[in-house]
Design a protein around this ligand. Structure first.
Ligand code: NAD
Ligand code: UDP
Length: 388
């Protein structure tokens, strides 16, 4: 229930805010909207080109939050309503982006425009109208770790100095221009620098979030069911799709890259603290991830196979994974981040926040959702005779 008596981390009452959320219809936006309407008195101006993932919050007159969420179907590339909506709000949260690795080297222009050019007016309107901005960047701005350049057998590879990613100390290491994978990271880095400069020169009140592989229900799409059959979503949806269709999981370049995965619900708690504690977050860049949930992509595939078998009651395939080359899977120009461990010093100090959910538990909850949502639809789709 929304409570009028919310207080911030310093014990001060929190006044109800109007939040302009751009990209509210996406994975993170849908969870943030859900949390805000259910637990706070804040109002949301929800902007996106799609709203399928927040339809359950927008329809029905008996919703207690009916007057606190308003959907505006807007493409921020070209819509004159954007400035007015930012002006109406106390805070703007920008989540809009192309952020699927399969697009970075195949649609590099769209990726650069979406992550840099299209975000420019948002920053400008916030700055000119003295509005707070929470901008979603990415852990990918760190690129590769320093350790990845050391000889394979170097003992320094075990030293956290060479791989833990720190907001205020780590360099951003990208591959060459022809590896267009890095166009996304580069565009995100430049918009971060622009926002930082607006803060320094023009007093923009900003917070930058660098998500480290947030995963959970409603992430991306299942190809051929609620997205294009040939589409390649992020790894959670790729592996879910394989499991649902009883196909082997495809491990790109041997699945040796490492990631830390955080449950979306843990991460949303951190964003809520940022929304409601401006004095503690203004001018900061925050890693938001779970350093305890590190696995290789191969280990992720093995764990998802085991969890899905438990959830669905179906035995795993005899050959649950196969290796594919990145060129075959993503095309020319793909490259990868080797390892992503977030340093948590700044977020712990400013917000006292820590993630809670272990990888097994978050996969169990997410794959239960995937099975419940898609298993029937996949059965129907695969039992249809192929069209001639
Ligand atoms: P998402 O693709 O699910 O959501 C993005 C939303 O933005 C989509 O609903 C899309 O329709 C909307 N959008 C894109 N361009 C738009 C435009 N021109 N006008 C209006 N709406 C537009 O992605 P997500 O996982 O929710 O990510 C949100 C943000 O977080 C992105 O900026 C992304 O780069 C960043 N991020 C997320 C993760 C993660 O783990 N999920 C990791 C790193 C960075
Ligand atoms: N990956 C994979 N098989 C798939 C999809 C992704 O092996 O079917 C790998 C991908 O090469 C990368 C990791 O999984 O090493 C995570 O990919 P994702 O698309 O989720 O995004 P990233 O973390 O690279 O931004």
């Amino acid at each position: 229930m929304a409570s009028a008596m919310r207080v911030d981390l310093d014990g001060k009452p929190i006044r109800p805010l109007t939040i302009c959320m751009i990209g509210a219809g996406g994975f993170i936006g849908s969870h943030l909207c859900e949390k805000l309407v259910a637990e706070t008195p804040h109002k949301i101006l929800a902007l996106d080109v799609y709203n399928d993932k927040i339809k359950h919050l927008l329809e029905g007159d008996s919703r207690p939050w009916a007057d606190r969420i308003q959907f505006h179907r807007i493409n921020i590339k070209h819509d004159s309503r954007l400035e007015g909506l930012i002006k109406m709000a106390d805070l703007t949260i920008n989540l809009a982006a192309i952020c699927t690795p399969a697009d970075y080297n195949t649609r590099p222009l769209d990726t650069i425009y979406s992550n840099f050019i299209d975000a420019l007016p948002v920053v400008k309107y916030c700055s000119e109208n003295s509005k707070r901005l929470i901008h979603f960047s990415t852990c990918e701005v760190y690129g590769k770790t320093i350790g990845s350049f050391l000889p394979k057998d170097s003992p320094l590879r075990q030293d956290p100095e060479y791989y833990v990613l720190k907001e205020d100390a780590s360099p951003c290491i990208f591959g060459p221009i022809e590896k267009q994978r890095w166009s996304y990271a580069c565009a995100k880095q430049l918009i971060e620098r622009l926002i930082y400069a607006e803060g320094a020169e023009n007093g923009l009140e900003f917070t930058i979030v660098r998500p480290f592989n947030w995963i959970g229900p409603r992430m991306d799409f299942i190809p051929g069911i609620d997205g294009p059959s040939e589409g390649v979503p992020r790894v959670l949806a790729c592996f879910s799709n394989n499991l649902l269709r009883r196909e082997p999981l495809k491990l790109v370049d041997g699945g040796q890259s490492q990631r830390t995965f955080i449950f979306i619900k843990d991460a949303i708690e951190a964003v809520m603290l940022m929304i409601e504690n401006p004095a503690r977050v203004n001018g900061h860049i925050f890693n938001v991830g779970n350093p305890d949930n590190e696995v290789t992509v191969r280990q992720l595939g093995e764990m998802m196979t085991e969890v899905y078998s438990k959830v669905s009651g179906e035995p795993p395939l005899e050959t649950p994974t196969i290796d594919v080359s990145s060129k075959e899977f993503y095309g020319v120009g793909y490259d990868d981040s080797d390892k992503r461990i977030p340093d948590m010093t700044i977020i712990t100090k400013q917000l006292g926040w820590n993630p809670k959910t272990a990888l097994w538990d978050l996969l169990e909850s997410t794959l239960t959702y995937q099975h419940r949502t898609y298993a029937e639809a996949i059965k129907k789709a695969t039992s249809k005779p192929a069209s001639t």
